[in-house]
Design a protein around this ligand. Sequence first.
Ligand code: F6P
Length: 282
Amino acid sequence: MTLKPIFDAIEKSAHRIRDAITNEDLCYSEQCNATGDMQLKLDIQSDLIIAEEFSKISAIKAIASEEKEEAEILHENGKYMIAYDPLDGSSLIDVNLSVGSIFGIYDGEFQAKKMLASVYVVYGPRLEMVTAYKGSVRHFIFRHGKFMEQETIKLKEKGKLNAPGGTQQHWPKHHKQMVDSLFNEGYRLRYSGGMVPDLHQILLKGGGLFSYPGTTDKPEGKLRKLFEVFPFAFVYETAGGKAIDNKGHRLLELPCDDPHETTPCFFGSKYEISKVKEAYGV
Ligand code: F6P
């Protein structure tokens, strides 16, 4: 069975979400709307769009979304399970920064070791899509009515960008030292606060480090395993990079007991991840 229908459904959702972002009222409560109508927040709208497109595919057994408490069964006899964040970084829309949708496609179980493919969409000045499947990371840019494939994405051994997440005030000391040591080596700060564009930038510019540590206020980090961490770990590893937690474990080996579980996470090229391990003593 091929994943093509699932990739096509993601493409269709991407167009509909891009339309919603462009044309809908910017509104962060269900009540506020210039015309006085009830209006759904963009992230809820995006969730409904994706669920509707996926419900048409009988090979999909269940979906789990960042917007839903529990996973939802779509087709009992389906094979694939998809976890997605419909509109990651949605609070950046009011300042017109890039946002994204993230998808992890699993074989029968929402566990990292069962991941078959992952996909993300970037809604920026352009519409872009990246897929990690069967050993390659493919990059598509929407132009003249269709997604045109670009060069395959490969990370270099060492990059130049540093994207440190979370509140510095709450970082552990060794984390701060690690971040500073990269800056002292000449790394440049690139952090928008949107996981999709921030990780996309590091991938396309050849490498660097994105980190979201465990902090004093959030010891297990902020980013969700199923909707954010596992899909990007799959992309980074497929592109030749590394993705680990604060204990040095591969993110793709971590268990997931609850759809909304979080973990500290580090994504980067090989050199930066070796620096993280050194600083964390793992
Ligand atoms: O999980 C939502 C999110 O907006 C991610 O897209 C982003 O990487 C992270 O939160 C930013 O968090 P912080 O502002 O704490 O660095």
